[in-house]
Design a binder for this molecule. Structure first.
Ligand SMILES: *[C@@H]1O[C@H](CO)[C@@H](O)[C@H](O)[C@H]1NC(C)=O
Ligand SMILES: *[C@@H]1O[C@H](CO)[C@@H](O)[C@H](O)[C@H]1NC(C)=O
Ligand SMILES: *[C@@H]1O[C@H](CO)[C@@H](O)[C@H](O)[C@H]1NC(C)=O
Ligand SMILES: *[C@@H]1O[C@H](CO)[C@@H](O)[C@H](O)[C@H]1NC(C)=O
Ligand SMILES: *[C@@H]1O[C@H](CO)[C@@H](O)[C@H](O)[C@H]1NC(C)=O
Length: 468
């Protein structure tokens, strides 16, 4: 025993020193992350007067850092590192050829003070703010007319501190539309990845009028009772890849949109060529993926694979109505694993909620070509609630290889179908008459991947000199 003890001690010491060594190497060294483009220049928020004490307002530090780094856009671009700490801030504005990197121990806190959020005009494709007729609070992290922007980190956190906004919204005491956490407008080559987004005042991630967008590895959390805390809402965007996201929220986990009634019809910019893969969703009062309700610029070529939803109202929901115009077509869904749902399939042709009375009652939406295959669900109350519009049949619906297991309190009517047309193959419980025509054993899914799906990210370095 006496001889073994020193050896044990030595082993413990060696163990300890190797831990210290590896800590040292993190201190002196760097982290890596995956980026659309790496940057030549790097700065840290504290160099611009930032204070991570959770109390000091850092809006000016963020904005002056970003404005300074903008001058390097044409010299290899720059990244701004948000180091460990709690960084209270109001809304700030991004620039092109820029990366915002949020360290794993950093938390950006959205200010609860309305004065820290400038007001901006409603979106032209919406005609008004969603919460009110007036302007909108600019999102916490905002950008417009940009190229090549990355918001990422080591899964650092952005906390919207939404509770005060939710209670004001519920009390009807807000004059303007609530802000989002991240909104990027009218931009190309956008990446939002490896972040934890919590308690947004309203929607979490809103790319609008954008192309070539990558949204990956986000964890998004808000209380399931919080109002309109949608996870990811691509809106009039094309070529979008949304993969490996985990979302728990009070509204749709993902909602694909394209403008509202007459404003969206006039703006005429569809959401198209979007791949959504490996979404995990919990949303008891909303959909895993909604298409609409704002869809007046059209939604087409949406590919959804490997969805997991738990305790969610419905899997994929098409939301539309008279006055919305536009279309939802070429929707391809393959592989859904669902547990505890009110509905699996849901199409709503009488969704209300118009921006104003100026909508055209003759503007009816075209819903066509909706393909679902390889679906397994358990603990379901009603398999399908599929309602088209009188005189506007939702057509070319295809269902194949669908197995729905019912709850202990299932609805007597499992398929509630009106004004729809389609085919099916190997579906249990057996579908309604309107879908009982024999379909292919596998409903359509495009064989050729979208170009955005093949875009490779680079491994970039981020130096952490101030983390000693
Ligand atoms: C909000 O910010 C404004 C402007 O900085 C300030 O005058 C006001 O006192 C702040 N309100 C609260 C509740 O802190
Ligand atoms: C962004 O570009 C559009 C035209 O595409 C222009 O109308 C708008 O003023 C620009 N906005 C800013 C902030 O530069
Ligand atoms: C960040 O989260 C993703 C899941 O979204 C995970 O795969 C990855 O390992 C995490 N990275 C770090 C540095 O913790
Ligand atoms: C299914 O119906 C029962 C009885 O109405 C209800 O208590 C339960 O919440 C429903 N489940 C879902 C997931 O909607
Ligand atoms: C069927 O759907 C319609 C809406 O289209 C609804 O009014 C009705 O209550 C539903 N019936 C059942 C049994 O679910």
């Amino acid at each position: 025993m006496a001889r073994i003890l020193p050896i044990l001690l030595m082993l413990i010491l060696i163990g300890n020193s190797s831990v210290i060594e590896s800590r040292n190497s993190v201190k002196a060294g760097s982290d890596t992350y995956q980026g659309l483009n790496c940057r030549k220049h790097s700065a840290i928020l504290t160099e611009f007067g930032g204070k991570g004490d959770g109390v000091t307002l850092n809006t000016k530090a963020f904005q002056s850092a970003i404005d300074k780094l903008k001058t390097l856009a044409n010299d290899g671009g720059a990244q701004l590192v948000v180091p460990p700490g709690k960084w209270l801030t109001g809304s700030f504005n991004l620039v092109s050829h820029f990366t915002l990197y949020i360290h794993k121990d950093a938390v950006i806190l959205g200010s609860p003070n309305e004065s820290d959020w400038p007001l901006i005009d409603p979106l032209p494709s919406y005609g008004r703010g969603r919460d009110s007729n007036g302007p909108r609070f600019r999102s916490l992290i905002f950008g417009t007319n940009l190229t090549d922007v990355v918001v990422t980190g080591g899964n650092g956190t952005i906390d919207g501190q939404g509770a005060t906004w939710w209670s004001k919204f519920k009390a009807g005491s807000l004059k303007n539309t609530r802000p989002y956490l991240i909104e990027i407008l009218n931009s190309d080559q956008i990446q939002i990845s490896n972040l934890v987004l919590v308690n947004s005042p309203s929607w979490n991630v809103h790319p609008v009028y954008c192309s070539n967008v990558i949204i990956e590895r986000l964890t998004i959390r808000a209380p399931v009772t919080s109002p309109n805390t949608d996870g990811i809402n691509p809106d009039s965007c094309s070529n979008v890849r949304i993969v490996d996201n985990f979302i728990v929220s009070g509204d749709d986990c993902i909602s694909v949109k394209s403008g509202w009634d007459q404003y969206g019809i006039k703006y005429n910019k569809p959401s198209e060529h979007i791949v959504i893969r490996r979404l995990t969703c919990i949303s008891p009062d909303s959909a895993a993926i909604a298409l609409g309700s704002e869809m007046s610029g059209g939604i087409q070529d949406i590919r959804v694979e490997e969805t997991v939803a738990i305790n969610t109202q419905s899997a994929i929901r098409i939301k539309t109505g008279i006055g919305r115009g536009g279309f939802v077509k070429d929707i391809f869904v393959k592989g859904m694993n669902l547990n505890t749902m009110k509905y699996v399939f849901w199409m709503t042709g009488n969704y209300g909620s118009h921006p104003d009375n100026g909508f055209d009652p003759k503007s009816i939406p075209v819903i066509k070509g909706v393909n679902y295959r390889d679906v397994v669900a358990v603990n379901v109350n009603q398999t399908a609630n599929l309602a088209g519009i009188d005189g506007d049949v939702f057509s070319n619906i295809c269902l194949s290889n669908v197995k729905v297991g019912l709850s202990q309190t299932p609805n007597k009517i499992q398929w509630n179908c009106t004004n729809i047309q389609g085919v099916s193959s190997d579906v249990t419980p057996p579908p309604c008459e309107l879908l009982s025509g024999k379909g292919p054993t596998g409903c359509d899914f495009p064989a050729k991947a979208l170009p955005i799906d093949g875009v490779k990210l680079q491994t970039c370095n981020v130096a952490l000199p101030l983390l000693l």
